[in-house]
Design a protein around this ligand. Structure first.
Ligand code: ADP
Length: 425
């Protein structure tokens, strides 16, 4: 039996050490440091021009960094011959067009070049390895077809098979699924994930789709302006806050992957006044049971005009509002919100430039606050939702609150902590 990488590649750790890269005097990558281990599938995310492709080209030595080094298994890749490097790293470049009438098998066999001497013909072993690569990506049945006759998804898989035929320890792919339709995106990403595990090799791919990265990658490296903004598991790095900071778009969590990483719906609302202080002056807070304390303190410290309600007299947030001299719509202790107080609260909300709904529980008594908030959607008010725990865990209205809350989430700016509000206020 011929070896197909497994086991032997255990030792091939990739280490990027303080790498900086310039095009002439323009700094493109700055002090990049990270380590990747065999079997890991890494996604690189970042806006256009953030340096993703340049990073891949440094990794495969198509470009040489002005500063820093790349080590594979503790060996500086600068010291390796081109042929040795080609046996360790294979690359599937972006949008490869092959316009010659090669068959799939001929293309895939090209991956054996680093193992052949000049003019040497492929041997039985080379055919065997090419066959296994074609099987791994599901194109074996196409081996006699011309590459020019294949669909985009099939062609992409053939190019991955060619790269696998190099028997690399590290496979780099530049936007492998960007131009594929959804079905092929999922198929190709599934195949790559499988390969990283069964062959125990490192796979690093630049990607554009946040949810695809979240679903398939073990770790995600987010680049922002040539620097690593975050590197970690999807659960650690895919947050609405991070996406907002890097891509400048709003998003909210629409679900979770099997591993608990968030899946986001982005809705392209570019943040106004990014990095600048907001022109908002008057803010209304919906809270209760002590959940509003931190927000009220934060707004108070920043001299906002604050209102609050509806709160029951004696509630811990009511006490804080009173202590801070905040205007509050108050209700008799342990009573549900009356129509009169609901109207008063709506008036205060209408006067405010922004409304903040904090991570408060909902019962039949204060459900009205949520219903009032929904009335504001049409009024184009800025609404912020602080979600520290899922609404399901604090909905005591048999799902009524959850239903409104989820509708509200789509129209609001969602933050995961009170601290995040500092960004806006
Ligand atoms: P990404 O893949 O994230 O879109 P790139 O790595 O392609 O980003 O590009 C990063 C930056 O480097 C961009 O500002 C781009 O204009 C610049 N750049 C890319 N290639 C060259 C080049 N050959 N010469 C000069 N600048 C380049």
């Amino acid at each position: 039996m011929y070896m197909l990488n497994a086991g032997e590649s255990m030792k091939y750790k990739l280490k990027v050490d303080n790498l900086s890269f310039y095009y002439e005097d323009k700094k493109i990558l700055e002090e990049i440091n990270f380590e990747v281990y065999p079997g890991e599938f890494i996604g690189i995310l970042g806006p256009n021009g953030s340096g993703k492709t340049t990073l891949l080209k440094n990794l495969n030595r198509w470009l040489l960094p002005q500063k820093g080094c790349i080590f594979i298994d503790n060996e500086n890749i600068k010291k390796l011959s081109i042929q040795s490097l080609a046996k360790i790293i294979a690359t599937v470049p972006q949008d490869t067009q092959i316009n010659y009438d090669f068959t799939v098998e001929e293309i895939v066999l090209m991956g054996r070049t680093p193992y052949l001497k000049a003019l040497e013909r492929e041997k039985e072993e080379d055919y065997f390895i090419a066959e296994k690569s074609m099987e791994a990506v599901g194109v074996y049945n196409l081996k006699h077809n011309f590459i020019t006759h294949l669909s985009g998804g099939e062609r992409q898989r053939v190019l991955i098979a060619r790269a696998l035929t190099q028997q690399p320890k590290i496979l780099l792919l530049d936007e492998p699924v960007s131009h594929l339709d959804i079905k092929y995106k999922w198929e190709v990403m599934g195949i790559l994930k499988d390969i990283s595990k069964t062959r125990n090799i490192i796979i690093i791919a630049t990607l554009h789709d946040i949810n695809i990265a979240s679903t398939f990658c073990d770790k995600i490296l987010i680049l922002k302006e040539g620097k690593i903004f975050k590197f970690g598991t999807p659960k650690e790095v895919i947050t609405a806050e991070n996406i907002k900071e890097v891509f400048g778009v709003e998003s909210f969590v629409s679900g979770f992957t099997e591993k608990g990483a968030p899946l986001l719906i982005t809705y392209g609302k570019v943040i106004e006044n990014q990095g600048k202080k907001s022109p908002m002056k008057r803010v209304h807070v919906i809270c209760g049971g002590g959940t509003g304390e931190k927000v009220m303190m934060l707004l108070e410290k920043k001299n906002y005009d604050i209102s609050c309600g509806v709160l029951n007299i004696g509630d811990s947030d009511w006490k804080i509002a009173k202590a801070l001299n905040i205007q509050v719509v108050e209700e008799t202790p342990f009573s549900p919100i009356s129509e009169k107080n609901a109207k008063l609260n709506l008036e205060l909300m209408m006067k405010a430039d922004a409304i903040i709904l904090v991570n408060t529980p909902f019962g039949s008594g204060n459900l009205k606050n949520l219903q009032l908030l929904e009335k504001l959607i049409e009024k184009e008010k800025k609404i912020f939702i602080v979600e520290e725990t899922p609404i399901k865990e604090r909905d005591f209205t048999s799902g009524k609150a959850e239903e409104i809350y989820n509708r509200m989430k789509e129209k609001s700016i969602l933050v995961n902590s009170v601290e995040e509000l500092n960004y806006y206020f």
